[in-house]
Design a protein around this ligand. Sequence first.
Ligand code: EPU
Length: 421
Amino acid sequence: MEKLVIRGGRPLKGSVQVSGSKNASLPILAAALLTDELCVLEGVPALRDVATMIRLLRNFGAKVTQEGHRIIVDPRGYQNTEAPYKLVSTMRASFCVLGPLLAKHRQAKVSLPGGCVIGPRPVDIHLKGLKALGAHLNIDGGYVYGKTRELRGTTIYLGGAYGSSVLGTANVMMAAALARGRTLIENAACEPEVTDLANVLIKMGAKIQGQGTPVVAVEGVRRLNGFTHKVIPDRIEAGTFMLAAAVTGGELIIQGARPDHLGAVIDKMKEAGIEIKGQDGSLKVSPRKRLRPVDVTTLPYPGFPTDMQAQMMALMCQAPGISVITEKIYPDRFMHVAELGRMGAQIKLEGASAIVQGVRRLSGAPVMASDLRASAALVLAAMAAKGTSEVSRIYHLDRGYDRIDEKLTRLGAEIQREKME
Ligand code: EPU
């Protein structure tokens, strides 16, 4: 196991390139299971979750080659339709193979993903959508056993207690692409990652309209082709760098960041007193003058992303006054609160809200990462803090950020990756 040793107090400066989106790459790789032709995905970030998806595709019998950030999937003749617990339990996005397997092979056995530290994370929306398309699904021994004679298009309201589902929409959209007739997905997730997947499916020959809106229409086709596609930039990585600049009082140009995907984050950061400008395919964050507290509520896209909540909290820990941060996607996603407290942050939890009383300066401390975005928040807080911090369990960070410690070091942060004793 490794840890990051971070000496705080150095403003970041320079320019950084955003990697391709993790959360777009994973379902797009699963879409390769819908075809018998070569699929090429470019700009894929080098991450543990991507490696897990590759192992899963190989497990089905697809041939996968990786040339740097380009992944080539040759699904010809793949026969296995079982996704084992050991792969699905480590990464929830694996559950996205259920729709493609059912659509292509009319049968599948896919392990349930289980809960995770950010909350219970059920899959009822996925199952509801696939059942509506005509799949017979049984749960036994922790697995979903799926069978269908034929998937048939229909109108599906795809919502749950917390609104739309990103991977649920992806799963159902992929299945509907090969179903007979027209499917109308109501309350579809509008996240850019879902739109990117829809655009890939369209390249494959699918007939889809309304992607990026809450109503997506899919006219099923008999077969789908392969594709070549460059994945969209990772808006959460971009947002994390924007906040890294802000917490350290630095100045960064974030290349490849798409302002159109980051509206809510840019808006809240500006409200907090950070100057942000879009320029030629990049975003520039200028050194802050005076930080102001802001209230933030996470919501489905285009609202403020839950995947940026922890990092935004790291900034608000230093804003004089009170900020209220409310989680409307994962009400339990506050594992970072206690760790930030170890660094001197003043945060009180009240239900799904964190009440943050800004302090002048955080102080370095040993802290433990609990999930991917919480880890990023701790790294940000450590870079802003006085003194040295040790962030342990950084395997969470490596699941979703492509060499973030190297990128931050090049921007002036003092970060060392060390083996834990
Ligand atoms: N939900 C249900 N039933 C379902 C599915 C979801 O009740 O069947 C609930 C969830 O528990 C949550 C809400 O609906 O309260 C939204 O969950 P969603 O299904 O949209 O999440 P997801 O698709 O499983 C993706 C990202 C997450 C990100 C969420 C929300 C991937 C691989 N994961 O998860 O990313 O937080 O959307 O935007 O795309 C991360 O990257 O750190 C991460 C956790």
